[in-house]
Ligand binder design. Structure first.
Ligand SMILES: Nc1ncnc2c1ncn2[C@@H]1O[C@H](COP(=O)(O)OP(=O)(O)OP(=O)(O)O)[C@@H](O)[C@H]1O
Ligand SMILES: [Mg+2]
Length: 273
């Protein structure tokens, strides 16, 4: 029997911090390390779906809101229904604008926080990566309830300490009330400009404020037009600019996240013995 997938959410309620870019390239980076990976688009704007080469998400026959609606109505969900396979080997459960309608109907649903979790549970992958929308509403709470760990992309030049504080409060609340195993894997500095020292200052500010409780990944994602170009191309940074510094950074991140997950899994197995 396959182990349950490790679920990772890319989350930050601030817009434009590199969540979608990270979900896509972390996922495809893991595929290149031999892992079986599903990306789930949890943003009604469907940037991840569009970025992976589906420019008209509203025309797709099945998206994540359809599957979550089936869970809410206690209807069976065929295991692979609606899951698309990208040419670089990653699977995608796409989103469309219908997801914002679903968010509204979640409010009155039974177990409204765990609808996504129930959808994901039977799926067979090594890793499932959730691309969250820039808000802490019910869709993001569903992602937090389904996740084992979080990667928080922070745009290095605009760290909002308040924003991070608010995110951590929500994380702790979900942890206490719904999902005790949830943990922040790390803060990922994105769009780092090599010409300034800012990223280092921000990393040390975060370390000062949150101490050892919160890891800031050593690897930083450089700012590069190459990264900005990929969403129009429908491919990852590994296909678009394999020798570049952004591909290199996402390769390192993928290896580190896999390594940590495997270490933790081994530790858990040892404790069970
Ligand atoms: N390393 C990078 N260098 C330069 N541009 C980048 C980089 N990463 C992402 N971008 C660009 O910055 C913009 C925001 O990135 P992205 O869409 O990944 O952020 P997001 O957090 O998902 O945004 P939203 O909150 O709207 O979902 C996009 O136009 C993207 O192409
Ligand atoms: Mg996004």
């Amino acid at each position: 029997m396959q182990n349950k997938a490790t679920v990772i959410a890319c989350v930050n309620q601030k817009g434009g911090t590199g969540k979608t870019c990270t979900a896509e390239n972390l996922g495809i980076g893991m595929v290149q390390e031999g892992k079986k990976v599903l990306l789930v688009d949890m943003d009604p704007q469907a940037s991840l779906t569009i970025s992976l080469g589906y420019p008209r998400p509203d025309d797709l026959p099945v998206t994540v809101s359809d599957q979550m609606a089936k869970v809410m109505q206690d209807m069976p969900v065929p295991l692979k229904e609606g899951i698309l396979t990208h040419e670089e080997g990653v699977d995608l459960m796409p989103a469309s604008i219908a997801l914002s309608g679903l968010e509204v109907s979640l409010v009155n649903a039974m177990s409204r926080e765990s609808i996504l979790k129930q959808y994901l549970e039977p799926l067979e992958y090594d890793f499932i990566i959730l691309d969250c929308m820039p808000s802490l509403g019910m869709l993001t709470v569903n992602a937090l309830a389904a996740a084992d760990q979080l990667v928080v992309p922070v745009q290095a030049q605009y760290l909002s300490a308040k924003g991070l504080e608010q995110l951590l409060q929500t994380v702790n609340k979900v942890k206490r009330q719904i999902n005790p195993k949830l943990r922040v894997e790390g803060i990922l500095l994105t769009m780092v400009d090599s010409r300034t020292n800012n990223a280092k200052e921000i990393a040390s500010l975060i370390r000062e404020a949150y101490g050892s409780k919160l890891k800031v990944f050593d690897v930083e994602i450089p700012r590069s037009v190459r990264a900005a170009e990929i969403s129009a191309e429908g491919k990852s940074i590994f296909a678009h600019d394999p020798g570049g510094k952004v591909a290199d950074a996402y390769r390192k991140l993928s290896k580190e996240v896999i390594h940590d997950a495997e270490k933790r899994r081994k530790h858990q197995l040892e404790q069970l013995r």
